[in-house]
Structures are given as C-alpha cells and as structure tokens.
Design a protein around this ligand. Structure first.
Ligand code: M6R
Length: 634
C-alpha cells in the first residue's frame, strides 16, 4: 500500500508533491512525508530537506507551509503502516546514516530482517522499525563503491546503484530515490507494485497511480515489472531488469481520474451512495441498448471466441469485490447454469484447486491494484499455460472500475464497470457496478447456452432496466429511515446480518460496511446456519438485521428470523411490507421485485444504515482507521 510520488522539473517541488499525494491518500493516511533537493547554493550539490508528519497529509502540508522545503526535485509518500507503528519516526522518506540518500517506498521488503542484521553488524544505526530503511543504507554503500572506482557522481551512477540494490531486495515494491550529489536526477523502480511515469511540460513525474499525475499531464508511461527509470529535467531513461534500455511510446490518460469533490454531501461515501442510480442508468444505457436480439441480449465488449466452450468459472477477489463475486456466482450457476466457484484471492494464490478444463477465471477488483487478486490471477495464468494441454489453457476476464489499472494491463479481457472514481474507502457504487457486470455476464451466458427461455431473459432485462428508478426512490426513503434508526445503535457492540441464497452475500456486505466505518463488530451469516452455533451470541442488546425477499427461501428466512426473535434479539427486517414481515420490530422496506434482482436493492439499506450509524458516532467515514482504498500489499 502507501502512495509515492516523485517530480523533477523547473517548479518548486514541495507544493506539487503535496498535490500529488492528496490524490494518493486513498492508499493510506497513517503518515506522510517528502524530501526535496535544492541545488541553488551548494556548488552543484543539493541540500536535502526532509519533512515528515504522522497522521493525514494535512499535517505534512501545514509543516511544509510553515518551514518550507525548497528545491525543484523531490519525492513524497503517504503511508499505510505495515512494518512499524504509524508514528513520525516510521514515516517516509527514510535516509542513510549521512542523510545524503532519501527513499520512499510502497510495498514490503520481505528480506529486510536479514539485510538489516548485516547492516547493523557493519555498525549502521537504524532509526525506524520499517522494512524500508535498509534501502537507503544499501544504496549509500553501493554509491560509495561506485565512487571508489573513481567515477564522478551522476544520474547514471544513482541508477546503477539502485539497480544493484534492487537485485538483492525480495518482495513487492515501488520506490523513488534521491541523492544530494545528483540534485537534478531521481531514480524510480518497481517490482510487482504499480508505478506510472508522467511526462509534463518541462517536468517529469512518477507516482503509484494516475490520479496523482492527472493534474500535471495527460501523457503517461506505465512502468513494467522490474523496470528502473532515471528522471531528469531533460527526460526519462527506462531500463528493464536486465539493465537494457527500453523504448516505449507513452499513452494518453483517458477520463477524469482526479479525485472528485464532495458536492453538498457531508462525506464522499454518502455522495457515492447517492450516485448509484446514475451508475445503474449508465450501465443500462451501455449494456442494454434497445434493439438487441434476445439471443444476444447484452452489449458486451468481447469476441465470439471468448465465450466458446466454457465449462466452469472460478472467481478470485477480496473484500467487497468478493461479495459481488458471490452474487455473481449465484447468477452464473442458478440463472446461466455454469458451475462457478468463488475464492479469496489471498487463499487461492497459495492453495489453488486442481486444474479444471475449459475454465474461465474472473478477477474482480474495483481498484485493479489489489496485490492478492493480481498475484492470484498471474499464478493461475502461469500454471495453466505451463500445463501444455489446450483444454487447461488460461482464459481470464477482469472486472474493474479502473481501465488504466494494473489489472487492465495484466488481463486480456476487461469489463469496465464505469462507476466513476470512488473516494470513500468503503466501496458502495463500485459494488453495485460489479454486481451489474455479473448480471450482464449471466444473461449473456444464459441466452447463449439456452439455459433460460426467452421470456425469462426478457423478464430479467425488464427488471434490470427498472433498477435505476427503484434505486432513486429507495435512497431517498432509506436515507431518512436509516438516519432515524442510527441513534439506537449508539451503545451497540455486536450486530448480526442474516441472508440466504442470492442475498447471503448482501448480509456479508452489510456486516463488512458496518465494521469498516463504525467499528462495531458485525457478522454476516447464512440465516439457516445460525442455529449451528452463532445463535448463542443472541440476546437483547444484539440487533439482528435480516434480509427477507420473496423467492425460494423467503419462508425459510422468516422462520430463521423468528428463531432470533425468540432469543430476544432486536429484529430489523430488510423486506417488503406485508403481513409476513410484521414479525420484525423494525422494517426497512423494499419493493416487491423478483428474487433475481433483489440484491441490487437490498444493498441500499445496508449502506445507508452503516453510514448513518458511523456518522452518528462522529467517525471519519471516508478514511476509517487502519484501512486504505487500495490494498497493494499482500
Ligand atoms: O480494489 P478491490 O476491489 O480489489 O478491493 C478489495 C477490498 O480491499 C475492498 O473491497 C475492501 O474490502 C473495501 N474497503 C470494502 O468496502
């Protein structure tokens, strides 16, 4: 995780670094720091200024405003703590003993312990608990060796030192390095962590993600794995892991990837919840245009060959994306008739199931940068292609909200959910977008395989087209209902969410949303499983939120809810109004719709209730503690 940004040019670097970091705060906000090099008054050498502050970027920004950090070249960092507490001494940049080399890093150096031990045995003093701190020490040693060969300090030497050091680093990382001896050169390197170069007018930048570049330039050059680049005011030099110079044409940044503003909403999360009717409307317009034949009812960006011969599907994802994948698996199996399994990407990458033939692997990640999902997809591709038998060959599809992400570069087929940038750490509109992507896939597969008759396909299409309007009404209604209910959760410590069938993943998602932003312990359960253990938790102070939508398991869920009520739990129903749902102490009503599309509506009370409970508690909803929007470490 963490975000890094680096710049060399003709303008003062510090304010530009702060602007860039602001766009990367979604990657972590435990501390922030920057280092600049000023060459104006030191006979060709630079004077290194390093400023660091714990907590959010605003603290660093104030520090830099009051104390200054001069220079036209610099590196910056916003941290999500992995090694060492979120304190100032662990904030980046980290420096070598002499303070001449400064480094910012995103990722984890897995062999940092042994490297640190070696360096300590040589007398090097460490001042932080981070894995990063070994890097400036190692680079400084390397530079000393190179200088010892009689060479003059230059950017190429710094690049060589970084290349030599990255050869001994294990793990996944992206880093940026500056050295007082080369005040017009900075070096960046990446291995399994994203880094994109920006080519501006008279300035060159590099950052963990494109939003940090979008305010400066639209011309970008994503770095490939293992590459090292030297950036100077004159241009960039790119080298592969064998040290060979690379020539690639830059590309143009499409869309507006800069962080949006909150408009009149109190939080980004609330704004993004309110944007969901538009997300659905755009999806309907893009994928369900009028006039499509019933045999091919959804506009999809794939060739015929993409669908041919698929016998099973496996989906890899983390967090909320995994919940979307679970709804997707339900649709692909129950509606389209394709055996489908869902895996935690972090588990799959170390314990994949035996290979099955003619299998489509889908990676779901809104950011397109989740390290576990990318690594699991990569591992799966390699083991399939190594198999030799074409029946087992890799076929992959990525579902993401970022068409410029690492996922989009890694996977040949991409479904872009097009939900627009999501700032709130808690995923909301991108969850809806992911769900809709699965409806599109399930409808396509069902009609191609003739697993559903045309009327069933048509009915689902008609219902999907009505979703934006349902969402609009629901959000208005539930915003008020949830706000009114939220005060009752002031003392609550545990909440149970129940659902079954297609709405079980929505119960999981409801629990995750509540945990993430309100810090209330919550569990999502398949309602029928309660009596096998978790029912022991129930008592008066534990609210049970039960999703009960008409369909195959409606009566079953109501009976499970009754069982909870008999244990004095406060029962909140997410269900249509009617005599059957009078058992609930409180009702968050939904319209009667087909069970197939019910998850698309049931998610609204989940999101709004969590939001209002957290808001009522006065918590930092958009940047909850310990979390980051994009999880780029394992
Ligand atoms: O970017 P991704 O969709 O791959 O992210 C996966 C999870 O980290 C993410 O869904 C996380 O659970 C969210 N904070 C949920 O609100």
């Amino acid at each position: 995780m963490c975000g890094i940004v680096a710049i060399v040019g003709s303008r003062q670097a510090a304010p530009l670094l702060i602007d860039g970091l602001r766009q990367l705060e979604y990657r972590g906000y435990d501390s922030a720091g920057l280092a600049t090099l000023d060459s104006s008054s030191n006979c060709g050498k630079g004077v290194l200024t390093c400023k660091r502050a714990s907590g959010k970027l605003v603290h660093l920004s104030k520090l830099v405003d009051s104390e200054g950090a001069p220079g036209h070249l610099g590196i910056g960092h916003t941290r999500w703590a992995t090694h060492g507490k979120p304190e100032k001494r662990n904030a980046h940049p980290h420096r070598d003993v002499s303070g001449h080399v400064a480094v910012v890093q995103n990722g984890i150096i897995e062999n940092h312990r042994s490297l640190r031990k070696d360096l300590e045995s040589q007398g090097k003093k460490f001042v932080s608990d981070t894995d990063t701190e070994v890097i400036p020490h190692l680079i400084a040693d390397e530079l000393k060796l190179l200088q010892g060969e009689g060479r003059q300090p230059c950017g190429a030497m710094l690049k060589e030192a970084v290349q030599n050091v990255t050869a001994v680093l294990k793990g996944a990382y992206a880093l940026a390095v500056i050295w007082v001896e080369t005040p017009d050169a900075l070096v960046v390197a990446r291995k399994q962590a994203p880094l994109v170069i920006g080519l501006g007018e008279g300035e060159f930048l590099c950052a963990s993600d494109t939003p940090a570049l979008a305010g400066f330039t639209r011309t970008i050059l994503p770095m490939e794995d293992g590459e090292v680049a030297l950036l100077t005011p004159l241009g960039i030099e790119l080298y592969n892991s064998q040290g060979e110079r690379q020539k690639r044409s830059p590309s143009l940044l499409t869309g507006n990837s800069q962080v949006a503003d909150k408009r009149h909403f109190r939080h980004f999360m609330l704004k993004e919840i309110h944007e969901q009717p538009e997300t659905a409307e755009l999806w309907v317009a893009r994928h369900l245009p009028a006039g499509l034949p019933i045999e091919s009812p959804v506009a999809m960006p794939f060739e015929e060959s993409f669908y041919e011969g698929i016998e099973s599907i496996q989906i890899l994802a983390c967090g909320t994306s995994r919940h979307a994948a679970m709804v997707g698996a339900y649709l692909l199996e129950q509606f389209a008739g394709i055996p489908t399994s869902v895996f935690y990407a972090s588990e799959f990458r170390y314990a994949p199931p035996p290979l099955s033939p003619h299998t489509l692997t889908i990676g779901v990640t809104q950011s397109g940068e989740t390290a576990d999902t990318l690594a699991a997809l990569d591992m799966e591709e390699k083991r399939r292609n190594a198999h030799g038998d074409l029946a087992f060959a890799s076929r992959q599809l990525g579902i993401t909200n970022r068409s410029d992400s690492s996922l989009a570069r890694q996977v040949p087929n991409i479904l872009d959910i097009g939900a627009g940038i999501e700032v709130g750490v808690a995923a909301t509109k991108t969850f809806l977008g992911q769900l809709l992507a699965f409806y599109g896939l399930a409808l396509t597969f069902a009609s191609r395989r003739q697993n559903r008759c045309p009327t069933e396909i048509q009915d689902l299409l008609t219902e999907l087209k009505a979703v934006p309007n349902h969402l609009r009404k629901l959000i208005q209604k539930h915003d008020q209902l949830s706000e009114a209910l939220a005060s009752r959760f002031a003392e609550t410590q545990d909440v149970i969410f129940l659902g079954r069938g297609i709405n079980y993943p929505i119960a999981l998602e409801g629990a995750l949303k509540l945990k993430e932003i309100s810090y209330i312990h919550a569990e999502g359960y398949p309602a029928g499983e309660m009596k096998h253990g978790p029912i022991a938790l129930l008592e008066r102070r534990v609210p049970v939120i039960s999703i009960a939508m008409p369909g195959v398991v409606f009566d079953k869920v109501l009976s499970n809810a009754q069982e909870a009520k008999a244990r004095e739990a406060q029962l909140i129903g997410v269900a249509p109004e009617g005599p059957e749902t009078e058992i609930f102490d409180e009702l968050l009503p939904l319209p009667v719709v087909s069970e197939w599309i019910s998850p698309l509506l049931a998610l609204i009370p989940m999101q709004l209730l969590s939001y209002h409970i957290a808001a009522h508690r006065g918590l930092d909803i958009d940047q909850p503690r310990n979390l980051a929007k994009s999880v780029t470490v394992e």
